[in-house]
Write a protein that binds this ligand. Structure first.
Ligand code: MG
Length: 451
């Protein structure tokens, strides 16, 4: 039985994700982790209900629960990593999904997102429908305060805070009324940064704006940043493991651009490897190589990136969606750490819009073709036979690398679609490649169905 998707268990509350499921899953988590499990939530109105159900399940397996409050996912991860008496963590969040969703994300004892092997152990225990432990073995319940403050202190200690304080910056901060509403304003205060906040009320209507930090959801932040004269704008997703930026001129900075800028900045201080999934723009590879670093590609999904970073002792890594991973702090996507490092970058290098303009231009076309799960296998097999390119990479799906472009063809793990990304330094080539492969996938689908 597969419960976990690419990022925890997610679903519509009281429909896919019921308190009964959370209770039974809690019991499975309690059995696998044992000891004391730290729990945290974001600001969704279903948070308390899911917390109660998951806690009851964990305790009924004999493990203890320590609730550390409403904090970002990376704050829980930092708590688990830095408390040796904690055996694992559970975050109640659906990250960037709409308000009717919630989810359960598991954290390993070292603070990283649970890997697939650990998830399979929990799924197996869930399928067994475990009995409760005897009354006298029921796990304890406690709460702990200060997790958010400790997390922010750790973030500040990982950067050149004096340089940021000296720069006397002003920023606009948009927390999507999510889990960062207390910690990110506190971070800015501790760094002497003047903050103009919007959607930063934990009691406010969730999410204030749609939680996914993409350009179309950040028009208000872009306008406020431009008109207020702030140095930059900052936006999180719902659980603040991700963070994207807006220049002082109000321009949205895509996640691969901030990934590239921070990668170059970190490599200037320390040479090493930068890890990112195969779906990331070649822009990142260009910048990494020009700053004397090595690039390492992985399959899509932040737990895979984090684990590969640990294996290669990478100096930096992350995803193109604003999920940046700083080994100096911890091996997981970290929204507050992303803010802190970007502030340091701006304090040292000057305005963000100028830095963005130094980057080479790339154009990416993202398309999808609807298909059933059964079709996905047939499409993958035929594509592999028919594909020809200068280089073929099979880390995740099929990446065809040409002299002037690349095309990534991947079946979605969660939706009935085949994803087709095409990138080039020439917009017309990216579009032509995308058109070509959308047509090819459609032809393969037609052939499958006519057989
Ligand atoms: Mg998230």
């Amino acid at each position: 039985m597969r419960l976990f998707g690419t990022n925890g268990v997610r679903g519509v509350i009281n429909q896919d994700l019921t308190p009964e499921l959370a209770l039974r899953m809690g019991r499975a988590i309690g059995r696998i982790y044992g000891g004391t499990v730290a729990l945290a939530t974001d600001t969704r109105c279903s948070a308390d209900m899911m917390l109660s159900a998951a806690s009851a399940g964990i305790r009924s397996a004999g493990a203890s629960v320590r609730y550390i409050g409403m904090v970002p996912t990376p704050a829980l991860q930092y708590y688990v990593k830095s408390h040796i008496d904690v055996s694992g963590g559970v975050m109640i969040t659906a990250s960037h999904n709409p308000p009717q969703f919630n989810g359960i994300k598991c954290v390993s004892a070292d603070g990283t997102e649970a890997g697939r092997a650990e998830e399979e152990d929990i799924e197996k225990a869930y399928a067994e429908d475990l009995p409760c432990v005897p009354a006298e073995e029921t796990g304890a319940y406690s709460t702990a305060s200060g997790a958010g403050e400790d997390y922010i202190d750790a973030v500040v200690s990982c950067i050149d805070a004096a340089a940021v304080r000296k720069a006397r910056l002003t920023v606009c901060l948009d927390c999507a009324n999510g889990a960062s509403c207390r910690t990110s304003p506190l971070l800015l205060k501790n760094l002497g940064v003047r903050a103009i906040t919007l959607n930063s009320d934990p009691q406010g209507e969730f999410p204030g704006r749609l939680s996914e930090p993409v350009e179309e959801n950040l028009k208000e932040l872009m306008s406020l940043t431009r008109h207020s004269g702030a140095d930059l704008g900052i936006a999180h997703d719902g659980d603040a493991d991700r963070c994207v930026f807006v220049t002082g001129k109000g321009e949205f900075v895509s996640g691969d651009k901030s990934l590239a800028l921070i990668a170059g900045y970190i490599l200037d201080a320390e040479k090493g490897t930068v890890v990112t999934p195969v779906s990331t723009s070649s822009l990142v590879e260009d910048v990494v190589r020009s700053h004397g670093g090595a690039i390492e590609y992985t399959a899509v999904g932040s737990p895979v990136v984090s684990r590969r970073m640990l294996e290669t002792k990478a100096v930096f890594g992350g995803e193109e969606n604003g999920g940046l991973i700083f080994p100096a702090m911890q091996h997981c996507r970290d929204g507050a750490m992303s803010i802190a490092k970007m502030l340091e970058f701006v304090a040292v290098n000057g305005p963000l819009d100028k830095a963005v303009r130094t980057l080479p231009a790339y154009y990416i076309e993202k398309r999808k073709v609807e298909c059933s799960d059964k079709d996905k296998e047939a499409i993958a097999a035929t594509l592999e036979k028919r594909a020809s390119a200068v280089e073929i990479c099979k880390i995740d799906g099929l990446k065809l690398i040409f002299d002037d472009s690349w095309v990534l063809l991947r079946p979605s793990g969660t939706e009935p679609i085949y994803k087709i990304f095409a990138e080039s330094r020439d917009a017309s080539i990216a579009k032509a490649r995308a058109d070509e492969y959308v047509a090819l996938v459609r032809t393969i689908l037609t052939d499958c169905h006519s057989q």
